[in-house]
Ligand binder design. Structure first.
Ligand SMILES: [Zn+2]
Length: 303
């Protein structure tokens, strides 16, 4: 508990600040990142080691996916390399962030591994089933926690940790994050961070904004800055998106995931969705058949 407190010093945003203007799950709390992207992202250039450079490499060839979302700068196809006013922040618990967080959407391919990341809230029976399947495959996830879900189900923090999974921050109420002002962003991130820290003693290393449907688009500077203020050095995107939150059915989730997944991939999946749970066993089996191990994001990035 004490250890990681240090890295939160930066924040000051006070969890007390206006208790979440957008208190309510815009998106039902069951996933739904909103949007219509197409399937599995093309994925990008060969990442380097141990941490890919900040978004410098255009990881996506065709960022033409319609990024629906309210608010934010609707990624005008300019996910380019944008600014990487890089920072000296680290992915790990490396202390207080000193600049905007970096954006990473894929990991090094060198280890023959990939990371499955899960928006984490929703039905507990489905969640348990996911964990059981993971255990059967010796697979580990990175669970992007929706904070109010964890507060409502505090035993799940330990349960996830006990399974070898990594916890990360996916806001407190899962709003359309890009539409928020700075103060509300701060509150959302801080409340989720604190919910995670209460259970695990650690706020996690990665932040992923809610309601984003293009995992490869460089987030607006405001998001990177807000993440850093809460102590996060990395905002984590994803380069494989089977759109499972749209409930396309287990077969589609399986096919899309396996077709796009490769070493270094960061895959976006969602708890709370039947089709995802139904596909998981086949997905994990298929990944193993491709010679891919699942690791946590920290492990993938060598963080
Ligand atoms: Zn989400």
């Amino acid at each position: 508990m004490l250890i990681d407190r240090r890295r939160f010093l930066a924040l000051s945003v006070a969890a007390t600040a206006a208790a979440c203007a957008k208190t309510n799950d815009a998106g039902t709390g069951y996933g739904g990142e909103a949007g219509t992207a197409t399937t599995g992202a093309p994925a990008g250039g060969p990442p380097s080691s141990p941490l890919p450079p900040p978004a410098t490499t255009p990881r996506v060839s065709g960022t033409t996916r319609p990024a629906i979302e309210g608010g934010g700068p609707s990624s005008t196809t300019t996910s380019s390399s944008g600014s990487n006013r890089s920072t000296s922040t680290q992915a790990g618990n490396g202390g207080v962030a000193t600049g905007p967080a970096r954006f990473i959407d894929t990991g090094p391919a060198t280890a023959g591994a990939l990371a499955l990341t899960f928006h984490t809230n929703g039905d507990l029976r489905l969640a348990q089933r996911m964990l059981d399947i993971a255990k059967a495959h010796n697979a580990v996830f990175t669970n992007f926690i929706v904070g109010n879900w964890l507060d409502a189900n505090p035993s799940w923090g330990k349960k996830l940790l006990d399974g070898g999974h990594e916890l990360a921050n996916h806001t407190y109420t899962h709003p359309n994050f890009l539409s928020l002002g700075a103060a509300a962003m701060d509150t959302e991130i801080a409340r989720c961070r604190d919910a995670i820290a209460r259970v695990t003693g650690d706020g996690g290393r990665f932040f992923r904004p809610s309601g984003t449907d293009d995992g490869t688009a460089q987030p607006p500077a405001a998001v990177l800055a807000a993440a850093a203020r809460a102590g996060y050095g990395i905002v984590l995107g994803f380069d494989v998106d089977p759109l499972d939150y749209k409930d396309p059915g287990a077969a589609a989730v399986q096919q899309r995931t396996l077709a796009a997944a490769k070493a270094g991939s960061i895959v976006s999946l969602h708890f709370g969705h039947q089709g995802t749970a139904d596909a998981l066993d086949a997905v994990l089996g298929g990944l193993a058949d491709k010679g891919l191990r699942t690791v946590t994001v920290s492990q993938l990035l060598g963080a």
